[in-house]
Design a protein around this ligand. Structure first.
Ligand SMILES: NC(=O)c1ccc[n+]([C@@H]2O[C@H](COP(=O)([O-])OP(=O)(O)OC[C@H]3O[C@@H](n4cnc5c(N)ncnc54)[C@H](O)[C@@H]3O)[C@@H](O)[C@H]2O)c1
Length: 254
């Protein structure tokens, strides 16, 4: 089998980096698009099979460059992982500045649309095309003080389900993934900050954060990556139009 050709947006950090690493380990050829030029440089210099483009997916000109680079480096595309997303500030609806609303919509919805629209012609040429969209627990529940984030993550579900219906005839699958609380330095520092404020222990704050989950465990980014590889691999060809939570069976976004 020839190596899969994969584009990952926001692949230079966090969950996207774990996904890029998993594809690299599996022998795929990976192209990363990310706004963080330094992080991108560190990753692409570490592997011959990983290339990258510095760019912001909310800017049409950057996306055109990203897709041109994919063509040049990979010669086509089998898998698009729409991972880039920003959360915006924490504020109730009535206090959220309009420009903060706009920038979340612009990256999460417009950016994902831009990349996907331009990638579709390449995916149609693939023998086994797949699209993954990174939604969230906030794309299954309301999320107080994060209205723009939640709105876009629900919007991406309609986007994904429409892609599945339009592109199934070309053998292209499309699925959304909905992570809950993901382990990493950012989550750990939020918990440490809460403990400092409350005077409680980090373990007590962690237990509170996990109180609405059936399984009391943070999500390992490597587990999300493994799910992405399965969905876009040979045994995932009949799975499309689905929302896949990975959140320990959470009952709310908090
Ligand atoms: N971390 C979580 O707990 C969690 C939970 C549910 C869903 N998600 C979703 O998973 C995805 C990745 O989240 P994360 O926490 O790993 O992200 P992150 O905040 O750690 O950022 C990952 C990368 O995104 C890049 N990036 C940001 N804006 C960009 C843009 N406009 N264009 C290109 N690159 C951009 C950053 O430079 C960074 O390298 C997001 O869509 C997020 O909403 C995350």
């Amino acid at each position: 089998m020839t190596a899969q050709r994969v584009l990952i947006t926001a692949g230079a950090g966090g969950i996207g980096q774990a996904i890029a690493q998993a594809y690299d380990d599996a022998g795929a050829r990976v192209h990363i698009a990310d706004v963080d030029t330094d992080a991108l440089g560190r990753i692409t210099s570490g592997s011959d099979a990983v290339s990258g483009t510095a760019g912001d997916i909310s800017k049409a000109a950057d996306v055109a460059r990203i897709i041109a680079d994919v063509q040049e480096h990979l010669g086509g595309l089998d898998v698009l992982v729409n991972n880039a997303g920003i959360s915006g500030p924490t504020a109730p609806v009535e206090d959220l500045p309009a420009d903060a609303w706009d920038s979340v919509i612009s990256v999460n919805l417009n950016g994902t649309f831009n990349v996907t629209q331009q990638a579709i012609p390449l995916l149609k040429e693939s023998a086994a095309g797949s699209i993954i969209v990174m939604s969230s627990l906030a794309g299954r529940f309301g999320y107080p003080n994060r209205v723009a984030y939640s709105t876009t993550k629900w919007g991406l579900v309609g986007f994904t389900k429409t892609l599945a219906l339009e592109l199934g005839q070309y053998g292209i699958t499309a699925n959304s993934i909905h992570p809950g609380a993901v382990d990493g330095p950012r989550f750990r520092s939020v918990i440490a900050g809460r403990a400092e404020l409350s005077g409680r222990t980090v373990d007590e704050e962690l237990a509170d954060a996990l109180a609405l989950q059936a399984v009391k465990r943070l999500v390992d980014p490597a587990d999300i990556a493994a799910m992405v590889l399965f969905l876009t691999g040979p045994h995932g060809r009949s799975i499309s139009g689905q929302m896949l939570p990975i959140d320990g069976d959470s009952k709310a976004a908090s």
